[in-house]
Design a protein around this ligand. Structure first.
Ligand SMILES: Cc1cc2nc3c(=O)[nH]c(=O)nc-3n(C[C@H](O)[C@H](O)[C@H](O)COP(=O)(O)OP(=O)(O)OC[C@H]3O[C@@H](n4cnc5c(N)ncnc54)[C@H](O)[C@@H]3O)c2cc1C
Ligand code: FES
Length: 262
């Protein structure tokens, strides 16, 4: 189900570094969204010349109709979004994409996340019947997002920074490798973050005969399957052994075992 809803900005605050949190009153989408889905967001004041921008739904409160996103300022659209005052109407299209599947109560689930990927997996941890282990990575401590919020959900959180300013010195997939080789039950792995991180997650799990759900980050235009800007290769039963699928419609969440990394 997807809707176009004119949401009202309730709060738009810088949370750390270049990251902001935007809370919106969007009761229709907030009540329909599943973990890992996204909203295609019209940037106030730029609707005439930039396309909508996709943002994962970070959190919702279905009782009040609140929907939240966390975004990093990287260009014109996100800079303008950061300057949007509370009370501003913002058009959303959503919820879009397929989303993650919830783990079962007897699973041993693990999230691997970096950057704004930490926002894409948060609702999954909130709605899970069993607490997650969460592995969060970033270049330095300033890039680690939502550590406290995941712990407040009851998750066990480990962090990695490339410069060693917090937690393990190295990349977050080092922590995943330790966990996979630690001798416990095979975990159910979910991941969202930079594509280099996702490629490493897919190689790690595949090399051990496991699978994962990974949310791919790809530039999008229409967000609803019409323009084919967002296609990625996946393994398929075709003469070439692969086919193109649309990240906005068939994803953004894919099985590690179907992804192609070139
Ligand atoms: C399914 C999905 C969910 C997303 N969820 C979030 C989220 O929760 N929070 C968040 O901050 N961002 C998220 N993004 C990325 C976000 O959509 C882009 O950062 C945003 O569109 C950039 O808009 P802009 O106008 O500020 O930048 P532009 O001016 O369009 O680009 C500025 C720079 O950012 C780069 N860029 C643009 N789009 C992306 C992208 N998708 N990924 C990486 N780099 C990009 C460009 O190459 C360029 O270098 C998501 C993307 C997808 C596809
Ligand atoms: S963004 Fe247009 S088809 Fe996916």
């Amino acid at each position: 189900m997807k809707n176009e809803e004119t949401a009202r900005s309730l709060r738009n605050d810088r949370i750390q570094g270049d990251y902001y949190r935007l809370d919106l009153e969007a009761p229709v989408i907030a009540r329909a969204v599943r973990p890992g889905q996204f909203v295609h967001t019209q940037i106030p004041g730029l609707a005439h010349r930039v396309l909508r921008r996709p943002f994962s739904v970070f959190d919702t409160d279905p009782a009040t109709g609140r929907l939240s996103i966390i975004y990093k300022v990287v260009g014109e659209g996100t800079a303008r979004l950061a300057a949007t005052a509370p009370g501003t109407p913002i058009s959303l299209l959503g919820p879009l994409g397929n989303g993650f599947s919830l783990p079962s109560a007897d699973a041993f689930p693990v999230i691997v996340a970096g950057g704004f990927g930490c926002a894409a997996t948060f609702l999954l941890a909130r709605r899970s019947p069993v607490p997650f282990r969460v592995l969060i990575g970033g270049r330095s401590v300033a890039d680690l997002l939502l550590v406290r919020e995941y712990r407040e959900l009851g998750c066990t959180v480990r962090v990695a920074t490339e410069d060693g300013s917090r937690g393990h010195r190295g990349v977050v997939t080092d922590l995943l490798a330790q966990l996979l080789d630690g001798g416990g039950p095979p975990p159910r792995v979910y991941a969202c973050g930079p594509n280099a991180m996702l490629g490493a997650v897919c190689r790690l799990v595949s090399g051990r005969g496991l699978d994962a759900e990974v949310s791919l980050d790809h530039v999008m235009c229409c967000g609803v399957g019409a323009c084919y800007t967002c296609v990625v290769k996946v393994l398929a039963d075709t003469p070439d052994g692969w086919e193109y699928v649309r990240t906005c419609l068939d994803g953004p969440v894919f099985r590690a075992r179907e992804t192609v990394w070139e």
